[in-house]
Design a protein around this ligand. Structure first.
Ligand SMILES: Cc1cc2nc3c(=O)[nH]c(=O)nc-3n(C[C@H](O)[C@H](O)[C@H](O)COP(=O)(O)O)c2cc1C
Length: 393
């Protein structure tokens, strides 16, 4: 890890160390990957305002999100099949997040189960839910999450049907998965990866295996999940979840002002402005391009979180400037996990934090709360600051 200096280095290492089918699964976006590319391109288009001769000797990144004190405005995003980048991947990532003082979010579609992560880390984490057709199963998952000490629920609402990733089909990452000779050879040559997977506690969807009758192996579970995504999902289901979940509720996958307002009306504590990292609606605008209008509309009522394309500290600054309270990071930490397990995730977080620190210094900012639209060049400096909800415990 000595010569790893940026997230792109972690990506290059992960590409070498993780079998191609799993690397591509993480790296790619849906269809022509237009939205995936837009997430990065639109962030890079925003230029930061260099400010000199400001006393920036008292810089700090701590902030409060969902009533939790965080060491940096970062949250590890929910990642399905995270544990296929490295055996026990979810536990490794949760440990790295805990050490860095930021939350980890466990996906419904994780390899390690809710209970595995709770037992191995002993710290509260966030849980992400996909509401599936079997509402009883969704409810039981929430009960398990609550019992395991999860205090914050991230309800993902942008996956009623699955976007297609061409590379997954070409690599045999389908339902059921295709066991191809090429894939097996590839896996066998990635020895540290193969060893970590063999030693890992699970090889299938940990939150589902043993909890769905008759579905034990990857194939039957994957087929069960594929027919469990519910195109009939609606705001009524959000009301239902709000009624049965006693903790904080974060609605993830909002890209539209009216949807953001509805989420607020139904009692969300936070929303995540997100297009699922360019993996769902291809042709959707980049997350960053929608952030200012959503933050202006609801920023005073809910905490506005952001994800999509964060690869540098400058990107974090851009999102905070346009109204985000914190950023979820997806691929940036997944590359770290594939590159070096827990140390790799820690490295990803450290890189982003260091870059943010220097970015804060050179834009003349000491505190996260001081970051506003004035740090972006070309936006009217007289523009009123983005409304931000007062921190609630
Ligand atoms: C490999 C992969 C798996 C994902 N799985 C989930 C998931 O299970 N649940 C979810 O809400 N979002 C999922 N997402 C979306 C992320 O939570 C997040 O929105 C996205 O990665 C942010 O974009 P970024 O990767 O550019 O940071 C996944 C993303 C990736 C890359």
């Amino acid at each position: 890890m000595r010569y790893v200096t940026c997230i792109e280095d972690l990506r290059a290492l992960a590409r070498r160390r993780v079998p191609r089918a799993f690397f591509d699964y993480a790296d790619s976006g849906s269809y022509s990957e237009e939205t995936l590319r837009a997430n990065r391109a639109d962030l890079e288009r925003l230029k930061l305002r260099q400010k000199v001769l400001v006393d920036v000797s008292a810089r700090g990144q701590s902030t409060v999100v969902m009533g939790q004190e965080l060491a940096a405005p970062l949250v590890l995003a929910p990642i399905g099949l995270c544990g296929m980048q490295r055996g026990d991947g979810e536990i490794l990532a949760a440990k790295a997040a805990n050490a860095a003082g930021i939350p980890f979010t466990l996906s419904t579609m994780s390899i390690c189960s809710i209970e595995d992560v709770a037992e191995a880390t002993g710290r509260p984490f966030w849980f992400q839910l996909y509401v599936i057709k079997d509402r009883g199963f969704s409810k039981a998952l929430l009960e398990r999450a609550r019992k395991a000490g999860c205090n914050t629920l991230v309800l993902t609402v942008d996956l009623q049907v699955l976007g297609q990733r061409h590379r997954d089909i070409k690599n045999g990452m389908t339902v059921p998965p295709e066991l191809r000779l090429g894939n097996l050879l590839d896996m066998a040559t990635k020895l540290p990866w193969a060893w970590s997977i063999l030693r890992g506690r699970r090889k299938t969807f940990g939150n589902l295996a043993g909890h769905v009758k008759g579905m034990e192996n990857v194939n039957s579970l994957a087929a069960w999940i594929a027919q469990q995504f519910d195109p009939a999902l609606s705001w009524k289901d959000v009301e239902w979840i709000k009624g049965i979940w006693p903790g904080k509720l974060v609605i993830k996958g909002i890209l539209d002002v009216d949807d953001a307002r509805t989420a607020v009306k139904l009692g969300a504590d936070a929303i995540v402005v997100s297009n699922h990292g360019g993996r769902q609606l291809d042709g959707a605008p980049s997350s960053i391009s929608m952030l200012p209008q959503v933050a202006d509309a609801v920023g005073a009522d809910v905490e506005v979180l952001f994800d999509g394309g964060i690869r540098t500290g400058a990107d974090i600054m851009r999102a905070l400037a346009l109204g985000a309270r914190a950023c979820l990071i997806g691929r940036a930490y997944v590359y770290g996990l594939g590159a070096g397990g827990e140390a790799g995730v820690a490295k990803a977080i450290e890189i982003l934090k260091k870059e943010l620190d220097v970015t804060m210094a050179l834009t003349g900012v000491n505190r996260i709360a001081d970051i506003g639209r004035h740090v972006i060049v070309g936006l009217d400096p007289a523009m009123k600051p983005t409304p931000r909800r007062k921190t609630k415990a």
